[in-house]
Design a protein around this ligand. Structure first.
Ligand code: MTE
Length: 299
């Protein structure tokens, strides 16, 4: 299906999935960024085998639709995603309520195969389609003095069973430091496998920060705020002893209740060995963002 802001494209323009994957492997071989379909693990780069669309859309965390892994797939059909607008406010040159198509108009949708590591110690490999968050921030104009970006998820109580049950303090909120937000690995995803995001994956637009635990990747975003204060984040508010603001993937810092050294790849099968979790989830190029910070400390 054509992306809605590419009105000149039709179904006939869609790349078949096999070719799409093949093209990405070619890109991966030459990618300057090292972001596309490859994870640097120090000495050697590792080629990624993406999860199936079925796995990506049936094993989810989206507490607005319930706390079970299959609840979002069952309940998120009720989410109304059109029309969709995103409020951009705070320390920006061009604040406003943007229709999603207007916010993204003229920006490039890229293919990124990223590892995705949940704090619960499961992982997937997901072929996202998305726009670099930096492109969106540059478009709205970040003002000098802004240090953080805050994000907010839509609240539709009538459509969200988990919101009615108040399983968290909604709206779900998240945040990044500005340099994290501007890093080229950070994207706003609008699709998976060249199809628009399924509701349970955070339609129509969600954050993806591949070197951080999955809960930073906030879904169905309706507000982006530039601020000079570290913004509150949902899991930190819910349990500050267990979830910090930075939440970078770090196999040497255990969760208070379980080890983070290894992970179970979803779809790997019942008897598959757990995989070691790499530092920064295998994206060592972000290490310079944290120079001078004690990475063994809890943030
Ligand atoms: N965003 C919202 N609004 N609500 C949520 O419950 N869960 C987070 C994150 N974003 C969540 C959210 C968590 S814990 C994870 S691991 C990822 O979404 C899961 O993304 P996925 O379901 O696409 O794999």
């Amino acid at each position: 299906m054509a992306h809605r802001w590419n009105n000149d494209l039709t179904r006939a323009d869609v790349t078949p999935k096999a070719a799409f994957l093949n093209r990405r492997q070619i890109l991966a071989g030459t990618a300057g960024l090292g972001a596309i379909g490859l994870v640097g693990t120090g000495a050697q780069a590792q080629t990624l085998e993406p999860n199936t669309l079925e796995e990506i859309t049936t094993y989810n965390n989206y507490y607005e639709f319930g706390t079970g892994k299959t609840d979002p797939a069952q309940n998120a059909g009720a989410l109304v995603t059109s029309p969709w607008s995103v409020k951009v406010d705070g320390m920006v040159d061009n604040p406003g309520d943007y229709a999603l198509d207007d916010l993204l108009a003229g920006l490039t949708v890229e293919d990124r195969i990223y590892r995705f590591r949940c704090v619960e110690a499961w992982s997937m490999v997901i072929p996202w389609n998305g726009i670099e968050l930096a492109d969106i921030l540059n478009k709205v104009g970040v003002q000098a003095g802004a240090k953080y970006v805050a994000f907010e998820t839509v609240v539709q109580p009538e459509n969200m069973i988990g919101v009615r049950r108040r399983v968290l303090d909604f709206p779900y909120v998240e945040g990044l430091r500005l340099d994290e937000a501007m890093h080229p690995l950070t994207i706003m995803a609008t699709g998976v496998y060249d199809e628009p995001l399924a509701n349970q994956c955070g339609a129509p637009i969600r954050l993806v920060v591949p070197w951080k635990y999955g809960f930073k990747s906030i879904k169905s975003i309706v507000r982006i705020t530039l601020t000079d204060q570290e913004p509150p984040t949902s899991w930190n508010k819910a349990n500050p002893r267990e979830y910090g603001f930075y939440s970078n993937v770090n196999p040497t810092v255990d969760h208070p209740r379980w080890s983070q050294a290894t992970e179970r790849k979803v779809g790997g099968g019942l008897f598959a060995a757990r995989q070691p979790t790499p530092m920064f989830n295998g994206y060592p190029e972000v290490a310079s963002l944290y120079e001078g910070m004690d990475l063994t400390a809890f943030y």
